[in-house]
Design a protein around this ligand. Structure first.
Ligand code: ZN
Length: 123
């Protein structure tokens, strides 16, 4: 068997690349893959909301602090020590999670092509 390192799909050994992801398949079973970063939150709220959305879609999402200022002695631990949070999912959920992450806010590229195709003037 071969396995896709991205979506963890199983393939016959003759297959060289994943039909969904187009990446080279691995001959070793995907075990203990590290979580995949799907969203970098610029504020903790965004990340928490996204994680909740992903969990609502049946995807196990983890929120991890990406930029923690360690509290100094004598300061209030409840201060805004965490300014940014990242959202991680397990590697097998990465493709589905990214699709959800991209849903509400299209990337610049997608926005541009969407605008070009519809040519709506809303001024
Ligand atoms: Zn794949």
């Amino acid at each position: 068997m071969s396995w896709c390192p991205e979506c963890l799909a199983e393939y016959e050994v003759e297959v060289g690349t994943c039909a969904d992801c187009g990446v080279l398949l691995s001959r070793t079973p995907p075990v203990n893959l590290p979580p995949v970063l799907v969203y970098h939150g610029t504020n903790a709220n965004d990340a928490q909301i996204l994680a909740a959305t992903l969990r609502g879609e049946g995807i196990e999402a983890f929120v991890g602090a990406s930029n923690i200022s360690l509290p100094q002695a004598g300061t209030n631990v409840n201060d805004n020590t965490v300014s940014e949070l990242d959202v991680y999912v397990s590697a097998s959920d990465a493709v589905a999670a990214r699709a959800i992450v991209l849903e509400p806010q299209l990337s610049d590229e997608e926005l541009t092509s969407a605008e070009l195709s519809t040519e709506e003037s809303e001024e």
